[in-house]
Design a protein around this ligand. Structure first.
Ligand SMILES: [Fe+2]
Ligand SMILES: [Fe+2]
Ligand SMILES: [Fe+2]
Length: 475
């Protein structure tokens, strides 16, 4: 072929070689059919990650599920747009493309243990998606189908990150014996994918034997578990013995000590993904953009929790001594309906916007001369601005009068019973004051003597909640 570009410039906008562009590749019909299968896989995966956050005890997995749900949801959004570019409505994006694929994903959703869930997600579903996207890139015409190729390329970047995380997690958490005990189920997952012609549906299917594959873990249907679980580094999850907000808003306490309370508040935000997961999972039939926005916010909240974790590590404080409770997500998930939980979230988050909220926390970070605290509060604040917007778009819209929406949130929050005294009586917690130990540890690290007044701080969430009922909350 003696074709040359002008002055041998890269051809075809640098997209691909002439040879590659001369391969006919996939038809639009075939392309759309495949995209819809990736879309289905990613959508179901985002839902599975979300549904399993609350009841997953391991904090690192809660955070990773939050991120991975967000990745999946972002690619779902792009794939929906792309299908819409190539086809007129109805696009059929809510259809189930393959019943074996449906059972495959139902089985993973219903995995009875963390171990089974990890194997299903990261050794089966995610690699199947990666295979499909790679085949798409190899087989489609890179010029004609450049927009899809681009989406596949970006999706692969993050799916490979997810797979890497999963591989590491499995290595650390799952031994040969556990894996062996799941052999029948893992074989079923294999058979389901094979019967589906792989996730993308391109592989030869075994000739139908007439016997459909029997469900195992999903035989009884999936039931969402809204009771939050935590790993052993959260030994006192009912502890409401240290009121972070009263300390934070007291002008007589120094900003350096307040950064510790802010890191506590950030780390405690892991209860927001636990709670939002229940709203998302128990609110079906919303437009896709609702789920996309809510999952983005959920990921932000998990990220804020990790900023708190990093803050403690940077301060040289062992955060296991900080009693990070789950009382908020536990109470909301077990006492309120999904819309009521959303109302509480909106009520709290719109209350963070005035001067006393996120701006104040950022100012404390700046005043503390702890640049990390300032950075974290800066972004926490920016994210909360987005969350207020998401709340306006999806919660406020349900009301004619915005004041009614706020009032309803206040009412829902007021009716939540926080059993401070009851939990103590039942022996679930002593509401032990963990603050002096944590503060002393930080002072030792900072090389300064503890301030006696700060050390003596001893205000719990019991006595203050009646007046400032909305401050003992995650945001
Ligand atoms: Fe936050
Ligand atoms: Fe938020
Ligand atoms: Fe938050």
């Amino acid at each position: 072929m003696n074709y040359a570009s002008y002055k041998n410039l890269p051809m075809l906008a640098g997209l691909c070689s002439m040879e590659q562009a001369m391969q006919p590749g996939l038809s639009v019909e075939e392309c759309v059919t495949r995209l819809k299968r990736y879309h289905y896989g990613l959508k179901r995966l985002s839902q599975i990650f979300i549904a399993r956050i609350t009841s997953e005890p391991i904090y690192e997995l809660k955070s990773a599920f939050s991120l991975h749900a967000h990745y999946c949801a972002e690619h779902v959004t792009e794939l929906r747009k792309r299908v819409g570019e190539m086809r007129e409505p109805p696009l059929g994006l809510e259809n189930i493309p393959d019943s074996n694929l449906e059972i495959f994903l139902d089985e993973i959703l219903s995995a009875p243990t963390t171990e089974a869930l990890l194997l299903g997600l990261y050794e089966n579903a995610v690699p199947a998606l990666i295979r499909g996207l790679k085949r798409h890139r190899e087989q489609t015409n890179p010029l004609a189908d450049a927009p899809s190729d681009r989406l596949c390329r970006f999706a692969l970047l993050e799916l490979e990150d997810m797979e890497r995380f999963g591989r590491e997690a499995i290595k650390q958490l799952i031994d040969a014996q556990t894996r062996d005990s799941l052999k029948n189920w893992l074989d079923l997952l294999d058979s389901l994918l094979t019967a589906a012609g792989d996730l993308d549906g391109t592989q030869p299917k075994p000739s139908p034997s007439g016997k459909p594959l029997a469900r195992q873990f999903s035989a009884k249907g999936y039931k969402f578990d809204g009771f939050p679980k935590r790993d052993e580094r959260f030994p006192d999850p009912y502890n409401m013995g240290v009121n972070a907000e009263v300390f934070l808003y007291d002008d007589t306490f120094p900003p350096e000590a307040k950064t510790l309370m802010m890191f506590y508040k950030r780390l405690r935000e892991i209860d927001v993904p636990e709670m939002m997961a229940s709203i998302i999972t128990e609110t079906p039939s919303k437009p896709w953009s609702y789920y996309r926005d809510m999952i983005r916010q959920l990921w932000d909240e998990a990220r804020h929790a990790m900023m708190g974790e990093v803050g403690f590590v940077a301060a040289g404080v062992d955060w296991r001594k900080v009693m990070v409770n789950f009382t908020w997500s536990m109470a909301l998930n077990t006492q309120l309906k999904p819309i009521e939980r959303h109302a509480v979230l909106y009520f709290i988050e719109q209350g963070l916007m005035p001067k006393t909220g996120k701006r104040y926390e950022w100012e404390v970070g700046v005043a503390s001369k702890n640049p990390l605290a300032a950075t974290f509060q800066d972004y926490d604040w920016a994210d909360e601005v987005l969350h207020a917007r998401i709340g306006r778009d999806w919660y406020l819209k349900e009301f004619d009068d915005p004041r009614e929406a706020v009032k309803y949130g206040d009412e829902c929050w007021s009716k939540v019973l926080m059993g401070w005294e009851e939990w103590r009586k039942r022996g679930l917690t002593q509401h032990r004051n963990w603050w002096p130990d944590v503060y002393k540890e930080a002072c030792a690290r900072w090389g300064v003597p503890p301030d006696e007044r700060v050390l003596k701080y001893n205000t719990t969430y019991q006595e203050v909640r009646a007046d400032l009922k909305n401050i003992a909350a995650s945001g």
